[in-house]
Design a protein around this ligand. Structure first.
Ligand code: EPU
Length: 350
């Protein structure tokens, strides 16, 4: 097992922030995880699981042992009249997997094209876009509990998926509490792609594409192309302009709170939810506070989508994690002062 010391993490986080891992090990198989856990050097040493690094803000060097997940492999495990079940290694690139599945004739993930990160990161925050979330296409996953060394398999209910949320984002506070944050290493994910395939075209941007192109019955590949075009127009490519996607979750409020805000700001973008709450567009709230294009040091608010914070300094003079967090806190304060709403960051702050 090769231990990389003082390993640069700039190539491994989509913000392009400069930080180092005191020690980093690449995990290519379940055996690699067991070898780390059995190694006397790392008994009791905190471990940090790193996937694609597309949802993290590094605020300093990482002292924990970094386990960089690079488990590969993709295969059809089951085909029934109701679904294709496909398994992918946690280290596979999410977008490449979406494209590969389409090429194999197993559609269903096209609405989630171009989401950065790895297959193993997808369930952690229940990634979603354009009307489809991971939980809608999820069968089960395998992982290893880093605290006990025990392998586990979880189904969707056990993953406790919510909006950008799962069991992997919660710390268990007591013996009867659930939560695997900081102790689970996801090794493989099985996706359930329903048959017959049905397009998901409810999202406004996709409905617009249908009207523009006159294509009433798009193929999965056409939807994939549309989603790629919509995302590219709105969201920066992290290879060109570092970012971690949406920096805040869209908040939910009660209908009364929403009515109160509408009375003051009639244009507020809001969506009634099935449970009676109302979801607000965090991007709109931030935009309304005048943040688009503003900066703190080399951390900035993207001009085309206020929900995305970007690294304006490139690879040579990148924003620091501190600048990103100072900017994020200033945004939270101004949105709270104007709307009384506390925005919750989406990425993990390390
Ligand atoms: N808006 C503004 N100003 C802005 C940004 C947005 O007025 O600066 C308005 C838009 O005009 C629109 C509304 O806010 O009416 C919502 O914007 P958009 O459709 O771009 O979606 P979003 O709510 O900002 C969410 C997800 C994205 C996902 C898209 C599409 C969250 C936190 N973000 O963004 O996910 O791609 O919907 O489904 O839920 C991610 O999580 O990293 C991510 C990119």
């Amino acid at each position: 097992m090769i231990v990389e010391r003082n390993a640069p993490l700039q190539p491994h986080n989509s913000f392009g922030i400069v930080a180092r891992a005191q020690q980093m090990v690449r995990i290519e198989s379940e055996d690699d995880v067991h070898a780390v856990l059995a190694d006397a050097r790392w008994q009791g040493v905190p471990k940090f699981v790193l996937g694609g690094g597309s949802n993290i803000v590094l605020t300093g060097d990482v002292k924990a042992l970094v386990l960089k997940v690079e488990i590969r492999g993709r295969r059809l495990v089951e085909e029934t009249p109701r679904a294709w079940i496909v398994e992918a290694g946690a280290g596979e690139v999410w977008h490449d997997t979406v494209r590969w599945l389409l090429e194999q004739g197993w559609p269903g993930l096209e609405n989630m094209a171009l989401i950065p990160g790895t297959v193993g990161g997808a369930p952690v925050q229940n990634i979603g876009a354009y009307g489809v979330e991971l939980q809608d296409r999820f069968e089960s996953l395998d992982g290893i509990d880093l605290a006990t060394g025990r392998p586990f398999t979880l189904d969707a209910a056990q993953c406790a998926f919510g909006y950008r949320d799962s069991v992997f984002k919660h710390v268990a506070a007591g013996p009867n509490d659930f939560g695997l944050a900081g102790r689970a290493l996801i090794t493989r994910v099985r996706l359930r792609l329903p048959r017959p395939w049905k397009p998901e075209l409810g999202y406004l941007d996709l409905a617009r594409r249908m009207a523009e192109t006159g294509i009433a019955e798009p193929t999965p590949m056409q939807i994939f192309d549309w989603v790629c075009a919509i995302r590219s127009a709105k969201l920066p490519d992290w290879r060109v302009l570092g970012n971690a996607g949406s920096f805040f979750k869209n908040p939910t409020v009660t209908p009364e709170q929403c009515a109160d805000i509408i009375a003051r700001d009639p244009k507020i973008v809001h969506y009634p939810m099935p449970d009676g709450t109302v979801k607000l567009a965090a991007g709109w709230l931030i935009d309304a506070c005048g943040w688009k294009g503003k900066s703190v040091g080399n951390a900035g608010v993207y001009e085309k989508q206020a929900l995305v914070l970007v690294n304006r300094g490139g690879r040579a003079h990148p924003a620091t994690g501190g600048e990103v967090m100072t900017l994020a806190k200033a945004i939270q304060t101004s949105v709270y002062e104007r709307f009384g709403i506390r925005l919750e960051p989406e990425p993990v702050v390390v």
